[in-house]
Ligand binder design. Structure first.
Ligand code: ZN
Length: 477
């Protein structure tokens, strides 16, 4: 039997119907296949009816909020108030699921934050009217930290009232993907689906530590910060602002590299204007790309997590780390509603999934690690990527440093007890890219993963338990 025939045979054995030739709905399977790396002949989806002209909020199950166009019920301009549940309109017949929405579209609206300008016409996407933001940034260098804190607190004071994304952890993207897989399995009366496990060597989840270097004092603290990280066996990336903020001597970069830490580019000059106009962005990105080559950096992060995913094509980086999953406490609100890496064109996004040290210490005035712990527990239970930003600048004080030390200890403990993978960000980028090209083949009565890096990959199974999925991971081959 040829390999493809064998696959087909095994799928039949598992209860899958044979793959329809020239399946016109293949494009709607794409998001699920890309996410799970499961056999392509798994799901058959069709759009039921014609989608609306107007996008808006609706539900897809009682717990899951979507934004976009749909072909049933109504869509709301605001998240508050009763939302229509489009899951009730899903039908299935002959192994095909008919959906009142296009899953690719709905998922992109969340990942690219296309929902976030809705209902805020009076505001710029950067959270405050441009004039106010300009004024703030012009004054910022002259404002002492307590006054800056006060202004930021006042600007962010309504954050507890934001209904969507969900604070402090939002995984709407993954919930939608799980719901789609469940629908497909039920429609085809399949009990179990094989897929490529999310993380290498059977790790339950992943965590990365990243340090954004803001000012000279922070730059001068990097050596001691590396000592601190090393004392817990955790390597981190340093995001360097290449212009204006502080000198970047070669010796500084060499030390980071030589000690096995990673260098990334943070913005260009961190003046808050990187995304103000597309023309300016494109002009600045040329220099940013040059610095990436000079520093041999693979990753990028914008100052203050300002972002516009529609322009990312100009960035000459392998990955980006500027998109929070829930941005309630960041100057640009919104969030990608995901705990997993995802592609924005050819750039891989490693979303920020936990609160920044600055927001924790200076907006919430909290020096405990309880919130970090709560987020980390929730993310690791869902097999997600827990990513942290801790600034060298903000942990120079003894009190803040003790909090950071406690976070490092927690991470080291979880790595041992719960098998969390804690690599450098560029290793996550490499793994996720390799996984995105892996193929699951059935050989004999087993599944095997093929492709670069597959020696670290594990076969996993999603099993239907009621309306939910349970995951199991096989041992090494
Ligand atoms: Zn910064």
């Amino acid at each position: 039997m040829a390999m493809d025939e064998k696959s087909e045979y095994n799928l039949k054995r598992l209860g899958f119907p044979p793959r329809a030739k020239n399946d016109p709905t293949g494009a709607m399977n794409q998001a699920i296949v890309e996410y799970y790396r499961c056999p392509e002949n798994l799901a058959a989806f069709q759009l039921a009816g014609k989608v609306s002209e107007d996008p808006g909020y609706f539900r897809f199950g009682p717990e899951t909020i979507c934004y976009g166009k749909s072909s049933s019920g109504f869509r709301s301009k605001e998240v508050i108030g009763p939302l229509y549940d489009a899951l009730n309109d899903v039908t299935a017949a002959d192994g095909t699921v008919r959906l009142p929405l296009d899953p690719n579209d709905i998922l992109q609206n969340l990942r690219y934050e296309r929902y976030s300008n809705n209902g805020h016409e009076g505001q710029s996407p950067l959270g405050a009217p441009p004039v106010v933001r300009d004024f703030y940034y012009r004054l910022r260098p002259y404002l002492p930290l307590p006054i800056r804190k006060h202004i930021q607190k006042a600007r962010l004071s309504d954050w507890t009232k934001i209904a969507f994304p969900r604070w402090p952890v939002d995984r709407t993207v993954e919930r939608i993907l799980e719901r789609l897989l469940v629908l497909s399995m039920k429609a085809q009366a399949v009990h179990q689906v094989p897929f490529v496990w999310f993380w290498p060597d059977g790790a339950t989840s992943c965590a990365i530590m990243t340090h954004d270097v803001e000012e000279l004092a922070g730059r001068n603290f990097c050596s001691r910060l590396m000592d601190l990280d090393d004392s817990m066996g955790i390597k981190a990336s340093f995001q360097i602002v290449p212009e204006k903020r502080y000198p970047v001597p070669d010796g500084f970069l060499d030390e980071i590299r030589d000690r096995g830490f990673e260098i990334n580019i943070q913005d260009l000059n961190h003046d808050g204007h990187l995304f103000s106009t597309q023309e300016q962005f494109l002009r600045r990105v040329e220099r940013i790309n040059e610095y990436a080559r000079k520093y041999r950096a693979l990753g990028f992060r914008a100052g203050a997590l300002y972002r516009n995913q529609a322009w990312y094509g100009a960035l000459d980086f392998s990955y980006d780390m500027s998109v929070p999953s829930v941005a309630h406490l960041d100057p640009q609100r919104g969030g990608c509603c995901s705990l997993m890496p995802f592609f924005i064109g050819r750039i891989l996004e490693l979303p920020l999934t936990t609160i920044q040290d600055y927001s924790l210490f200076h907006i919430l005035n909290d020096y405990s690690i309880e919130l970090w712990k709560q987020q980390l527990t929730s993310i690791t239970e869902q097999h997600g990527l827990a990513s942290f930003i801790v600034h060298p600048d903000y942990i120079i004080s003894k009190r803040a440093r003790a909090t950071y030390q406690a976070l490092l200890e927690l991470l080291a403990r979880l790595r041992k007890d719960r098998k969390i993978w804690i690599p450098l960000p560029h290793e996550v980028d490499r793994w996720w890219r390799q996984r995105s090209e892996m193929r699951l083949l059935s050989v004999g009565n087993r599944w095997r993963i093929e492709g670069r890096g597959s020696e670290r990959a594990r076969v996993a199974f999603a099993t239907l338990v009621g309306d939910e999925l349970a995951f199991t991971v096989e041992g090494p081959n």
